[in-house]
Design a binder for this molecule. Structure first.
Ligand SMILES: Nc1ncnc2c1ncn2[C@@H]1O[C@H](COP(=O)(O)OP(=O)(O)OP(=O)(O)O)[C@@H](O)[C@H]1O
Ligand SMILES: Nc1ccn([C@@H]2O[C@H](COP(=O)(O)O)[C@@H](O)[C@H]2O)c(=O)n1
Ligand SMILES: [Mg+2]
Length: 270
C-alpha cells in the first residue's frame, strides 16, 4: 500500500533562457504543470526508496556514442539494473499512454520530453526494482532534468559516465543502427546533436566540476571501450566494500583484497 507524502520545495528553475527550454521540449503546457511540492512515495511500514541508499550512475553521451551498448556490458559484468530514459519513453508511446503522440513528436524532433514525465518513469522503475545499483542511461539530458531528479527523488548520482565521441562517428553509428527507431535518420540526428551540445554539455560540465564525471573516449571497439569502463565499477565496488568494512563485524579481508587492488587503477579513463 502506497501513500503520498508531500513537502514544500522551491519551484524547479534553470539558468537557461526560456526560448531554449521551449525549443528543447515543445511542451509548454506540460512544463507549466510542474508543482511546487515534492511528492515522495513512502511504502507503509517500510523504508522509503531514498533510505535504501541506492548506488546511482548516470550514463551520458551524444546520440550513438555507445551508451546502451556499454550499459549492457556493465549489467553483464557488474549486475546493475539498466534504465534507459529513451527506452522508457518509447515504451510509453507503444502502450498508447496519455500524451503518447506528443512524446512521439518530441522524439521525432529530437527534443526533450518534460522532466516530470521522464523522472516519474525512472522513479517507478527504481522503486519497483529489487536491485539497488542503477545505470540511468540518457539522463539527465538537461539542467531541468537534473534538477527535477534531485527534487522529485531526492538523490544525486554517485558516478556520471560520459562517452565522448566525435560527431562524425556518432552519425555513422546511428545511421547504421537499423533498429527501426523513428529518430535514426539524418535530419533528427542533426537536431539531436544540437540539443546535446546546447542542453547536455552544461550538465556534463556541472558533474565535472563536482568531481563525479568519468569521461571515456568512446572511439574504438566495444570491448576496448569497456576495458576503460571496467575499472570505474571495480572501484565503485571497492568504495561500497570499504563502507561495508567500516560497518560490518564479519570481516573477510582475503575476499576483498583483490578488488581493492584493482581499484587503484581508477580515475584516468581516457
Ligand atoms: N564502439 C563501437 N564501435 C562501433 N559501433 C558501435 C560501438 N558501440 C556501439 N556501436 C553501435 O552503434 C550504434 C549505437 O550504439 P548505442 O545504441 O549503444 O548508442 P547510444 O549512445 O545508446 O545511442 P542513443 O542515444 O541514440 O540511444 C549501435 O548500432 C551499436 O551497435
Ligand atoms: N532524458 C531524456 C531521454 C530521452 N529523451 C527523448 O528520447 C529520445 C531518445 O533517447 P535515447 O537516449 O534513446 O537516445 C531523445 O532524443 C529524446 O527525444 C528525452 O526527452 N529525455
Ligand atoms: Mg541508447
Amino acid at each position: 500500500m502506497w501513500r503520498r507524502v508531500t513537502s514544500l520545495s522551491p519551484v524547479i528553475s534553470t539558468s537557461k533562457p526560456a526560448s531554449l527550454d521551449q525549443a528543447a521540449s515543445g511542451f509548454k503546457i506540460w512544463r507549466s504543470s510542474f508543482s511546487t511540492e515534492t511528492p515522495t512515495l513512502v511504502k507503509d511500514g517500510t523504508t522509503s526508496f531514498k533510505e535504501r541508499n541506492p548506488f546511482i550512475t548516470f550514463v551520458l553521451g551524444g546520440p550513438g556514442s555507445g551508451k546502451g551498448t556499454q550499459c549492457q556490458k556493465i549489467v553483464e559484468t557488474f549486475g546493475f539494473k539498466h534504465l534507459s530514459a529513451g527506452e522508457l519513453l518509447r515504451r510509453e508511446i507503444d502502450s498508447n499512454s496519455e500524451h503518447w503522440s506528443q512524446m512521439l513528436n518530441t522524439i521525432k524532433e529530437g527534443r526533450i520530453v518534460p522532466s516530470e514525465v521522464t523522472v516519474r518513469l525512472i522513479q517507478q522503475e527504481m522503486e519497483s526494482s529489487d536491485s539497488n545499483k542503477f545505470l540511468i542511461d540518457g539522463f539527465p539530458r538537461t539542467e531541468e532534468n537534473r534538477i527535477a531528479f534531485e527534487q522529485l527523488i531526492g538523490l544525486e548520482p554517485n558516478v556520471v559516465l560520459f562517452f565522448d565521441c566525435p560527431e562524425e562517428e556518432m552519425v555513422k553509428r546511428v545511421l547504421n543502427r537499423n533498429q527501426g527507431r523513428v529518430d535514426d535518420n539524418i535530419d533528427t540526428v542533426k537536431k539531436r546533436l544540437k540539443v546535446f551540445e546546447i542542453l547536455n554539455l552544461p550538465v556534463i560540465d556541472y558533474y565535472s566540476k563536482r568531481g563525479k564525471l568519468r569521461k571515456i573516449n568512446a572511439v574504438g571497439t566495444e570491448d576496448e571501450i569497456f576495458e576503460k569502463v571496467r575499472p570505474i565499477f571495480s572501484a565503485c565496488d571497492s568504495v561500497k566494500l570499504k563502507r561495508y568494512l567500516k560497518t560490518s563485524r564479519h570481516l573477510r579481508p582475503w575476499k576483498i583484497l583483490p578488488i581493492l587492488y584493482v581499484s587503484q587503477s581508477i580515475s584516468v579513463c581516457q
